[in-house]
Design a binder for this molecule. Structure first.
Ligand code: AMP
Ligand code: MG
Length: 323
């Protein structure tokens, strides 16, 4: 079992020193909980891959707390500055050209590096105490549902790590939006998240190309976990629906998007207040909860397209994918 640490000043000092020594620990961010280590320390990077069982071809996101720190690891283009000023700190990851200090192990041999400045106040308190950028993929075994609460990390990785820093439930509940600026004149969206493609296009003043369903490389080529067809998957089979609610037997369960006044108390839903933000926030938590009930099947109601609905549809599709 890992120790769950409250974010007191002395615990934050201790975790920073622990990471500095080449160790890894689970930490909160506003998207999901991350498995954190010094991105510039090969020992820490190796531990992250090993603990997650993450294939070496899957590059890590490097988390920073200032633009000054960013300039030590990546080339900051004009478009990166624009997006940073509008969306950072926050749930946007940018792919930029890397500097030589960033190892091939972190970027899976690519000349680009994924970077993000999280907004979670506890993350920021920790990052300010660290003199290094923090690599932090989601704190779950590769391919499984991402953790949005300390108990998810405890269940999935508690026997492999020593510490989980408690930052409460993740506010966004879905992984960051990823935009590639490796060719600044041709920005590409690589993963849907809470920041929409349209808002990035408007910010940059040029169209962003939607690559999310075009770069799906299955199990070969440039693999990116967030881009794989099957990902974020519980053990229970999932079926998606929209419109008519499926008839289920007692071994199956329906997870609705929004609460409805016709519901009896046994019906399950992602959002009580009827917002997509709340549905996204609760999604992974509900999936993990239901996965432990060992139903034969979970039916998930698809949200409509657009905005965060796109991100949620994307995660639901990958969670339901087989093989
Ligand atoms: P996560 O597993 O949430 O940490 O997200 C990591 C994701 O970032 C991977 O799924 C990749 O899709 C993406 N990524 C990281 N580095 C790069 C890169 N240099 N080029 C393209 N995508 C990247
Ligand atoms: Mg992940």
């Amino acid at each position: 079992m890992a120790r769950i640490l409250q974010p007191t000043s002395s615990n934050l000092d201790d975790i920073a020193a622990y990471l500095q020594s080449g160790e890894i620990a689970a930490i909160p961010t506003e998207t999901v909980y991350g498995l954190a280590g010094n991105a510039l320390d090969p020992r820490a990077v190796a531990k992250i891959f090993k603990t997650k069982g993450r294939p070496a071809q899957n590059p890590l996101i490097v988390h920073i707390e200032s633009l000054e720190q960013l300039s030590s690891i990546a080339d900051i283009s004009e478009s990166a500055k624009v997006l940073a000023s509008l969306f950072w700190p926050g749930p946007l990851t940018m792919i930029l050209r890397k500097k030589s200090i960033v190892s091939d192990r972190v970027t899976a041999g690519l000349q680009t590096v994924a970077v993000r400045m999280p907004s979670h106040p506890i993350f920021r308190e920790l990052a300010r105490r660290c003199s290094f950028p923090i690599a932090a993929p989601s704190a779950n075994p590769f391919g499984y549902v991402s953790p949005t609460r300390t108990e998810h990390v405890q269940q999935q990785l508690g026997d492999q790590i020593s510490f989980i820093l408690d930052g409460g439930p993740s506010e966004k509940g879905l992984e960051s939006t990823i935009v590639s600026l490796s060719t600044p004149s041709q920005p590409e969206l690589l993963r849907y998240g809470s920041i929409s493609l349209d808002s990035i296009s408007v910010a940059l003043g040029i169209p962003v190309i939607d690559k999310v369903n075009r770069v799906d490389s299955g199990n070969s080529g440039l693999i990116s976990p967030g881009l794989m067809k099957k990902h974020y998957s519980p053990n229970t089979p999932i079926e998606l629906f929209s419109g008519a609610v499926p008839e289920v037997n007692s071994n199956e369960v329906v997870l609705h998007l929004f609460w409805n006044s016709d519901f009896d108390p046994k019906q399950l839903y992602l959002s009580e207040t009827g917002t997509m933000e709340e549905a996204a926030q609760n999604f992974y938590h509900c999936l993990q909860f239901l996965d432990q009930k060992h139903f034969n099947k979970i039916y998930l109601e698809l949200p409509p397209k657009g905005g965060i609905g796109d991100a949620l549809r994307d995660r639901m599709g990958r969670a339901a994918a087989r093989g």
